[in-house]
Design a protein around this ligand. Sequence first.
Ligand code: G3P
Ligand code: CA
Length: 268
Amino acid sequence: SPFLTTEAEVTAPLTIAHRGASFDAPEHTFAAYDLAMRQQADVIEIDLQMTRDGQLVAFHDETLERTTDGTGLVRNQTLAQLKTLDAGSWFNDKFPERARAEFQGEQIRTLDEVLERYGHRMKLNIEMKVPEQYDGMEQKVFESLKNHGLLATPYLQNRRIVVESFTSDSLKKLKKLAPGLPLNQSIWKGDISQLSDSDLDHIKSYADSVSIHYRDATEKQVRRLKSSGLLVRFYTVDDLTEMDRLSAYGVSGVYTNRPKEHIMMKSE
Ligand code: G3P
Ligand code: CA
């Protein structure tokens, strides 16, 4: 059953495959998401940007250079233009030791393509990137989730989909559209120590989890967050020693580019 455990119930932190299994495959491609699924990650993490013609795509950067053979801003191109790009070969060039011929020609994927392929097989964590730049992003996320049947009660109750953002206004907008949808407030590196207890109470009014940078994670800080009633996640941990240190804090999820390593660590 896809509904075995909820995030609040698990004793080991969920393994959240950051941009897919993106240490071993080009981020945000089906190759990286498929590998995360094969490695038995609990969750696939997806960043969203928006095209000129208003399509949501799984893509981290605002610009195309780092992870495709294109140039310029994602928002200046139509989906049809983005679909002509190669989102895999950069990985083979940058990491020859992890290169695979089949990565060549991997496509940029729309949110709908991702939901179609993984929505009923994996838990998903969807990040609205720079939503202040993308008018109507929350409405589009809401409609896609609804159209794919992912806002049905059992999905909500089992935290199958979590939507996150660094932008609180965007989470509040989505909360109005989908009151039962679990939301995560992402916290910029260094910021958590500056948030007061009443700031945390405010976050708790619209989100039920926070993600903090793993270098900000002290036992005291994590205890404070948990006692405010928030679930806590760490991003982005690839180092085995750090995974081990952090596992003692009893958090609900760890974002990692190396899901296989995190799962192995949990089973030890
Ligand atoms: O919650 C933060 C997580 O999504 C990692 O951030 O910058 O890699 O998208 P980033
Ligand atoms: Ca992200």
